[in-house]
Write a protein that binds this ligand. Structure first.
Ligand code: SAH
Length: 689
């Protein structure tokens, strides 16, 4: 072992563990003497001393060093103790315990992890540890009682078997929570034959404890979430609530013909309308959303359409629809995963409609389309430099030099974020900030000739700065990166409203998870904010938040990030979900009805709102859909009427229709236009207003 590794490890123990309040000298020493890098997959060696849990084999995690220290201190392990660990995982925590106790029994569910942990422990001579395969929720009766039991996975309740295997005076340290993804770390001490004292060490996040006395498994190594009691009781009233929904909703047969008048009346004078979607690949959502948007533009004067897409790519679409001079992109438009989100027939129809409609209008009256998202680093860098090259070649050179900071990584910002976070490469924060600042300082000079072009470039420079922060935060915490992203969307919206004039009205397209008020969902309790919440806080009743949902059908989604799009079957909704209620409501309507609008504001539907206000599960399908693990990976708890002002339900849905063509860009070519079927689309289709 090199000195440097020792140094890094000592620093880790000092800064991450001791500085946060773990004082037990034996625990700190044992951590100093245990090479954590030997317990992570080799590709993560560089990150072994990060202040974070890390992924290990079988989709499990090695705990954050601080949490290991905290648990072991709380367990007060003596040199004569016999200790049981449930969830050996990498074997790291067991290796530390081996130095604290006389002997350690560690149980692990996955056979492959058992062998890995055994090999890793042997390699560093921790011979007083036995790793065995099995269901740890039942403990190890043959070796009981234990002076300390450490559970390294999150349990729904304290497994009675483990309590029974504690010696008198023994300590059980265990994360417990009804939410499969978040727990309270609890210490239970057996202070008398039938007496247990209990205290909490705070909030933690562990992978689920799957077993007889833990979370149930569906046979595919997946933890099935048991709904909390109040949710389960709610199931009883489902038929009654579904009936109320059926009475309150406005049914329609087909998204092409859904009447929009009543919805537009409810939207009224709202300045910002947010339209969500519960998947990123459902044709009906795209089509109805486009029709609503077209109606808002044509009948209510909306001038800004903001979408969950990259700024520079969407700026190219905007230049086309608002008849502004084109400007090349470094990378092809919407070519980044997930391409089907914006390269699809539904989007082409809308863009084509918007372009035609703007034909006859004055520039100031034309509605534009803009990307709100924080991705698209490379095209944004290109947009800033190209713009400056036109208006100020000297400044372009300076920007090129500053942005060179990103150049080794432009195509792989995720890896860059990780490397910058651990100090393997410098951050590019100053360079990004300085470029934006120089640009803004020249605002008056630059924007004289073409204010729109200046605005585009300034937003692109903002994206570079925010993306820089985003990719670094992504590695640190998913909450921080999420919040950076949604704040950026909000700031972009505000900038657009200001740019287009004070009375501008905007419609936003993004996933339900960005659009529905996060404070009304599980996200809020994890400290996540979102665009919908920020808009609600800023605009109050002048914001109208709409969600879309479905029960089953097909959806365009990938199995993993960056893998090809597939058309997947959506599983029928879960019985504890809002979706199930809306599905049942649909079946109570006079046939044949596949869809409805459901107003949720108390002014429009007081009774339904009151019934639906009790939290339930809600499904979110993103660009990745994993039906096999649906309950854990796609459902979260929400309070629907607090999340949205209106919900649009399409019971059975079909996948969006991807094309190889971007929605514009190839418009110059008649052949491409014909290939995209654009010329065959009548002006008003499918938005006959
Ligand atoms: N202490 C580990 C943390 C591993 S994560 C370390 O330092 O690396 C939790 C582990 O618990 C996972 O490997 C998971 O497979 C395991 N696990 C979950 N349920 C279990 C059960 N019922 N019995 C044994 N192991 C279980």
């Amino acid at each position: 072992m090199s000195t440097t590794t020792d140094d890094v490890r000592n620093l880790m123990v000092e800064r991450q563990v001791r500085a946060r309040g773990v004082k037990d000298a034996r625990v700190l020493d044992a951590m100093r003497e245990t090479p954590r890098e030997r317990f992570v997959p080799s590709r993560l060696n560089d990150l072994a001393y990060e202040d974070a849990p890390l992924p290990i084999e079988e989709g499990q995690t090695i705990s954050q060093p601080y949490v290991v220290g905290l648990m072991l201190e709380a367990a007060r392990i003596k040199a004569t103790d016999r200790v049981l660990e449930i969830g050996a995982g990498s074997g790291y925590a067991a290796a530390v315990m081996a130095l604290l106790a006389k002997e350690v029994v560690a149980i692990e569910r996955f056979p492959s992890l058992v062998s890995l942990a055994q090999a890793r422990l042997e390699a560093i001579n921790r011979t007083n540890v036995t790793v065995r395969q099995g269901d740890g929720t039942l403990g190890a009766a043959d070796r009981a009682p234990f002076d300390a039991i450490i559970v390294s996975a999150g349990a729904p309740e304290v497994p009675p078997s483990l309590l029974a295997q504690l010696a008198l005076g023994g300590r059980l340290v265990i994360p417990v929570g009804h939410d499969v993804r978040s727990q309270e770390l609890i210490v239970i001490e057996k202070s008398g034959e039938h007496r247990f004292d209990r205290r909490s060490l705070g909030h933690v996040q562990f992978v689920p404890l799957v077993g007889t006395e833990g979370w149930a498994s569906d046979g595919a190594a997946v933890a099935v979430r048991r709904a909390p009691l109040d949710l389960r009781l709610g199931t009883r009233d489902r038929a009654k609530i579904a009936r109320m929904v059926a009475d309150a909703c406005e049914p329609f047969g087909d998204v092409r013909h859904a009447p929009l008048d009543a919805l537009l009346a409810r939207i009224g004078q709202a300045r910002v309308v947010l339209i969500g979607e519960s998947t990123h690949g459902t044709s009906e959502f795209y089509r109805l959303r486009a029709r609503i948007t077209a109606a808002l533009i044509a009948r209510a004067g909306f001038k800004v359409v903001g979408i969950e897409a990259d700024w520079p790519d969407t700026a190219a679409v905007d230049r086309m629809v608002r008849k502004r001079p084109a400007s090349p992109l470094r990378e092809p438009m919407y070519a980044r995963f997930p391409t089907w989100m914006w390269r699809n027939e539904e989007m082409q129809e809308f863009v084509s409609w918007l372009a035609h409609r703007n034909d006859t209008l004055e520039p100031a009256a034309r509605a534009g389309i803009h990307g709100l998202d924080v991705y698209g680093l490379n095209n944004s860098i290109g947009a800033v430099i190209d713009y400056l090259a036109r208006v100020d070649p000297f400044a372009a050179e300076q920007a090129r030099e500053r942005y060179a900071c990103f150049s080794p990584w432009e195509r792989d910002p995720v890896t860059w974020g990780r490397a910058a976070t651990v100090g393997l490469t410098p951050t590019c924060e100053q360079e990004a900030v300085a470029t934006l600042k120089s640009l803004l300082e020249e605002r008056l000079r630059y924007s004289r000739d073409d204010d729109d072009a200046f605005f585009d470039a300034a937003r692109a420079a903002t994206v570079v700065g925010e993306a820089e922060k985003y990719y670094r935060a992504m590695y640190r915490s998913s909450r921080d990166s999420w919040n950076i992203r949604d704040r950026h969307m909000f700031e972009t919206l505000m900038a657009l409203l200001e740019h287009r004039g004070s009375d501008t009205r905007a419609v936003i397209w993004a996933h339900n998870s960005h659009v529905g008020n996060a404070a009304a969902t599980e996200m809020g309790s994890h400290g996540e904010i979102n665009l919908g919440q920020l808009v609600r806080e800023r605009f109050g009743n002048q914001a109208y938040l709409i969600g879309f949902g479905t029960d089953q059908g097909t959806v365009a989604a990938a199995s993993n990030w960056d893998t090809p799009m597939e058309v997947k079957e959506i599983r029928p909704s879960h019985e504890d979900s809002y979706e199930r209620i809306l599905h049942e409501a649909c079946r109570m309507l006079p046939a044949p009805t596949n869809a409805f609008f459901l107003p949720l504001k108390s002014a429009h539907a007081p009774a339904v709102r009151t019934e639906l206000i009790h939290p339930r599960l809600e499904r979110a399908i993103g660009v990745v859909y994993r039906p096999e693990t649906e309950l854990v990976s796609h459902y979260f708890e929400a309070n629907l009427p607090a999340q949205f002002d209106e919900f649009i339900w399409v019971d059975r849905t079909t996948a969006v229709r991807p094309t190889n063509l971007p929605p514009t860009g190839e418009y110059e070519s008649a052949a491409a236009r014909t290939a995209a079927g654009i010329e065959s689309i009548p002006d008003t289709y499918p938005f006959g207003l």
